[in-house]
Design a binder for this molecule. Sequence first.
Ligand code: S3P
Length: 441
Amino acid sequence: MEDTDVTWIEPLGAPLHGSTRVPGDKSISHRAVLFSAMAEGTSRVSGVLDSQDVRSTIKCVQLLGAKVNLEKQVDGSLSGGITGWGDRGPEQPDQELNCGNSGTTARLLMGVLAPWDIRATITGDASLCRRPMRRITAPLMKMGAHFEPAGQETLPLVEEGNRHLKAIEYDAPMASAQLKTAILLAGLGAAGTTTVNEPSASRNHTELMLPEYGATTTAGNLTASVEGPTTLQASEVTVPGDPSSAAFLVCAAMLIPGSEIQIEQVSLNTARVGFVRTLERMGAEVSVSSTGLSGKEPYGTISALYTADLHGCEVPADKIASEVDEIPVLSLVAARAKGITVFRQVSELKVKETNRLAAVIEGLAQIGVDAWEDGDDLFIEGQPDLVIPDDVVFDSKKDHRLAMTWALAGLCGKKRVGVKNFDSVKVSFPAFLAQIAGLSR
Ligand code: S3P
């Protein structure tokens, strides 16, 4: 008898062809909703991703008093107005702020709430309640926010803000846009300049979007600052397509001979498209062409042509943040490349929605591919003639990016595969299966 939480994924059977668009960028969508909720006046947002994670952010800002009037569009995105709390500040919520599976929601909210004298319980699902939060609470406590229980690593946590936050200069121990953003958002409510220095460059959507809401920011490659105190002013944001979702289609094109696809109107922010560089280094025929700017965010087209001879490559530590969410799916491509691929210093993968480092090694072992961890580096020994065995059942560990990665092993091969808890794709790319099937012809 088949296990009921296993979804069987059948091979697509034909190459991928044609042009498509992917749903709105998740990181930019979270920020558009949060910054609009913080702002004075009514912002207009469009192209917002409709997924479980973004819905978590919307629900939380509504509990804090923002008025969200977003409507589903024919392309599946959300558009409309968000009226923020502005100078009045957020309302005392009458229930806990449940961030579901979304680390971005929980961590960014901690920064948003830090300058206000309300008390809020921040919690999430089982996965989120295992993820590290001290990286965020420690700097916010230095600024003057309170958390209970003090010093606890995991959610649920009660946050009590402080109207007299201190601006700080903080040397972040890891390249994390969630950490950087939490501090910068708190800094909007602190008198003076709040600065975050990073060991390598994380995604910079916050620094690019805050000036659109009237904030004064300065940003270098490894440093970002905001001036406070200030109140954000309503703005307009059009969210481009999510490169992290596009990566699944691009990698699929590298796994099905004869494929040739273009993904249009997708974010080409260099802090996000590291996966394109890695595929290029493997010898893949992929390219990007910029077509415009949405605010300060570049977007355009990613083209991918199936390439028979891929070879392993090395991804240096300082490039990991630019493809941190794509390492599982890149690992599946590396599994069919000639030679060894190494991703340097990927310990952050251990604290994503699940331990993705262990999960990638475990899943690749199930298809006979040797992958291992050594000193926080991930090694994958590719097999150009890789054949996926019959009826493999992968465990997504309720992690959306693992669910899509392992689904590709079935979609792009000759044998069906099972994926446990496949419905976790709702977190970032609910229409993933329909979209990839629509390209197969
Ligand atoms: C995100 C930043 C990244 C990324 C996550 C979204 C963001 O996390 O993995 O999916 O929107 O800021 P870290 O900043 O913790 O690396």
